[in-house]
Ligand binder design. Structure first.
Ligand SMILES: [Ca+2]
Ligand SMILES: [Ca+2]
Ligand SMILES: [Ca+2]
Length: 271
C-alpha cells in the first residue's frame, strides 16, 4: 500500500511538473518583435518634435508650448546633445540645463563612475506633451552612476540615460548648518531619454514582471545636489574612473582578476 501511495505521489508530482513545464513553454515574450533600431529613430523624431515646439519658461520653471516668438529648446544654447551607443544601437540623449551648478571652489562635473545625490521627477512624454502625473518623484537620494551590480550596501544604479546625462550638470553647495540638509546654487535641468536608454523591453525576462515604462520615452526634471568626486567604490585608493587597466578610457571593461572574471576592477579591492 505504501508503495502504491508513493507511486501515486510520484505520478502526481510528475503531472504537476509537466503542467508547470507546459506553462513555462506557454510563456511568450510580448516584446520579441520589437524593432529597437526603428524605435530609436522614432523616439528621436518624437523628442526633436517636442524640443522644436516647446520653450523653457523661466518664471514657471517649466517647459511650455511655443505660442509667440520664444526660442525653442532645440535652438536654445542651453541644450546639450550626447551621442551614445547601447545594445549596438546609436542614441541621442538631450539635456537642457536650466541652472548651472556653482560651488566655491569649483567642484567640476561628476564622471560616469561617480556617485551622485539628487532630486528627481520622472515624467512620460506623450502626444507631444509632458504627462501631468509624474510616474516617479523623490528628493535627496544617492545613486551610483557606475553599475554596482546590486552589491549590498552600495547605491543603486540608475538607467543609462542618467549615467550619460548627469555628467552634464554641476552640483551645488552644501550649506547645512546644524539643521536639515540644505544646498544652494544646485545644477538643474531636464533630461530627455529615448526608450533605449530608459527601460528598454530588451531587458524583459520571460515570465518576468512587465513594466509600464518599457519602450517609453521619459523626461526627468533633475537637480544635482552633490556628488562624490573621484568615487572609489572598492576603497582601494584608486578612483573608479582611473581603474582602467587597458587605458581605453572605459573603466567598465577591465577585469584583471582571473580568479573573479566577472568582477570589474573598480569593484575589486585587490586589483
Ligand atoms: Ca578603486
Ligand atoms: Ca578599460
Ligand atoms: Ca580596484
Amino acid at each position: 500500500m505504501t508503495k502504491i501511495k508513493y507511486l501515486f505521489a510520484l505520478i502526481l508530482f510528475a503531472a504537476i511538473v509537466y503542467a508547470c513545464d507546459d506553462n513555462l513553454n506557454g510563456f511568450t515574450n510580448p516584446y520579441e518583435n520589437v524593432d529597437y533600431e526603428a524605435l530609436a529613430i522614432s523616439d528621436n523624431d518624437t523628442i526633436v518634435t517636442f524640443l522644436e515646439s516647446h520653450y523653457y519658461n523661466e518664471s514657471l520653471d517649466s517647459l511650455q508650448l511655443i505660442d509667440a516668438n520664444q526660442t525653442s529648446l532645440l535652438a536654445d544654447s542651453r541644450l546639450e546633445i550626447i551621442e551614445t551607443e547601447q545594445n549596438s544601437i546609436n542614441y541621442k540623449l538631450y539635456v537642457f540645463v536650466t541652472e548651472e551648478g556653482v560651488t566655491t571652489p569649483p567642484k567640476g562635473n561628476p564622471t560616469e563612475m561617480d556617485s551622485i545625490f539628487v532630486n528627481r521627477k520622472g515624467i512620460q512624454l506623450l502626444n507631444n506633451s509632458l504627462d501631468t502625473d509624474p510616474f516617479d518623484e523623490a528628493d535627496e537620494t544617492w545613486w551610483s552612476l557606475a553599475n554596482t551590480f546590486g552589491i549590498s550596501g552600495s547605491a543603486s544604479t540608475p538607467i543609462r540615460g542618467w549615467t550619460k546625462g548627469f555628467p552634464i550638470l554641476k552640483p551645488g553647495e552644501n550649506i547645512t548648518n546644524n539643521g536639515p540638509l540644505t544646498f544652494q546654487n544646485t545644477g538643474k535641468g531636464f533630461i530627455f531619454i529615448p526608450s533605449g536608454l530608459a527601460y528598454p523591453s530588451i531587458n524583459y525576462q520571460l515570465g518576468g514582471l512587465d513594466n509600464a515604462l518599457f519602450d517609453q520615452i521619459i523626461v526627468f526634471k533633475v537637480e544635482l545636489l552633490d556628488f562624490v568626486k573621484d568615487t572609489d567604490h572598492d576603497n582601494d585608493g584608486i578612483p573608479s574612473i582611473e581603474e582602467d587597466a587597458d587605458g581605453d578610457g572605459d573603466p567598465t571593461n577591465d577585469y584583471s582578476d582571473s580568479s573573479q572574471p566577472n568582477l570589474p576592477d573598480y569593484l575589486n579591492p585587490n586589483y
